[in-house]
Design a protein. Structure first.
Length: 104
């Protein structure tokens, strides 16, 4: 799926490219890994409504076990977002701390 100047990239070739690009962007190249990008892609795919089986095929997982891990991570993130958006307590606190628009 990833092509370099001399053909398909190995994992190490891909990691080297990610490290170079991370350094160019000002990130710590030792904290950015191809695996992190893969995890972000997979969790965003699922969170945005992507089909789980298509993701498994696209990324190339042979076993649905890996897919289950990313589905669980994605669901936790979605639940956290829903909690922040819909929690009555959070809305109550934000309403209480907002400036009073009726006071002049």
């Amino acid at each position: 799926m990833w092509l370099g100047k001399r053909g398909a990239l190995s994992y190490q070739g891909l990691q080297d490219m990610v490290e170079r690009r991370a350094a160019q962007a000002g990130f710590d190249k030792y904290r950015v890994h191809a695996h992190v990008i893969r995890k972000m892609f997979a969790t965003r795919w699922i969170a945005n409504g992507g089909d789980e089986r298509s993701l498994q095929e696209l990324i190339g997982w042979m076993s649905p076990k890996m897919l289950e891990i990313y589905v669980k991570i994605s669901r936790r993130e979605v639940l956290g977002r829903l909690h922040r958006d819909l929690s009555p307590v959070d809305h109550w606190y934000s309403a209480r701390s907002a400036p009073d628009s009726t006071a002049d």
